[in-house]
Design a binder for this molecule. Structure first.
Ligand code: PGA
Length: 254
């Protein structure tokens, strides 16, 4: 069995101009020239190239928050996975709940995007999660299984090894109400069992990240759970001191 690795991924969402991103990265790398765990930043597209240049050789990897479901063509405003790859990006978020909810991305669109990312040689960071209503109705497992199985339909065993999963309960995102470590662990274990059923033992090594109101305090008890391999951090990744504290607190627990 591969040793557990810790991933801390910042998702800046629609925040930070190129200049603001540069200031953040300079401060992060001043403080942590060699980060003690795997650190990814999902940057706005307009700052990607600049952030990638600063991060080069530092151990911090850069990625996009979305890619188009199409390869190329008359799709005004869209940006393809191949274009993202050209910015030295390593990964792309796929199927974030804000994309699903606000931009009407269904499971089939999410699958197309995941395939585009793989074809362009980007690591897909697939986001799944239930709404509050679905949890109350005891449909969490059904929803997660559907989201995972549809998005990963047709993915080869070799490509599956590049996939990272983030479990982000929709009710926990930006709400200050993180899932408890026990609830998150239970749900992660379920996601891993779904992945194992489909892909077998390689699923033991799939990084499963938790996202939803992670902060420097909550990360401590989350990261020690056996099936939680890291965190996808939104709000608290905007402030460099908070982000550094998350990295520090996560790595001093493992
Ligand atoms: P949050 O966002 O940390 O602000 O809850 C997480 C996310 O949406 O990825």
């Amino acid at each position: 069995m591969m040793r557990k690795r810790t991933f801390i991924v910042g998702n800046w969402k629609m925040h930070k101009t190129g200049a603001e991103a540069e200031t953040f990265m300079d401060a992060l790398l001043d403080e942590m020239p060699a980060p003690p765990c795997t650190v990814y930043i999902a940057s706005p597209l307009t700052a990607l190239a600049r952030v990638a240049e600063i991060a080069e050789g530092s151990g911090v990897s850069i990625g996009a928050q979305n890619v188009s479901a199409f390869d190329e063509g008359a799709y005004t405003g869209e940006v393809s996975a191949r274009m993202v790859k050209e910015t030295s990006s390593l990964f792309a978020l796929i199927g974030h709940s804000e994309r699903r909810r606000l931009f009407a991305e269904d499971d089939h669109t999410v699958r197309k995007k995941l395939i585009r990312a793989l074809v362009a040689d980007l690591r897909p960071l697939l986001c799944v999660g239930e709404t509050e209503e679905e949890r109350t109705e005891h449909r969490t497992e059904e929803v997660l299984e559907r989201q995972l199985m549809t998005a990963l339909d047709g993915v080869s065993d070799a490509d599956f090894r590049k996939v990272i999963i983030a479990y982000e309960p929709v009710w926990a995102i930006g709400s200050g109400r993180s899932a408890s470590p026990e609830t998150a662990q239970q749900t992660h274990a379920f996601c891993r069992s779904v992945l194992k059923k489909r892909f077998g033992n390689p699923a033991i090594d799939t990084p499963l990240l938790y996202g939803g109101s992670v902060n420097p305090e909550t990360v401590r008890d989350l990261i020690v759970q056996p099936d939680i391999d890291g965190a996808l951090v939104g709000g608290a990744s905007l402030d460099v001191d908070a982000f550094i504290a998350i990295i520090h607190n996560a790595t001093s627990q493992t």
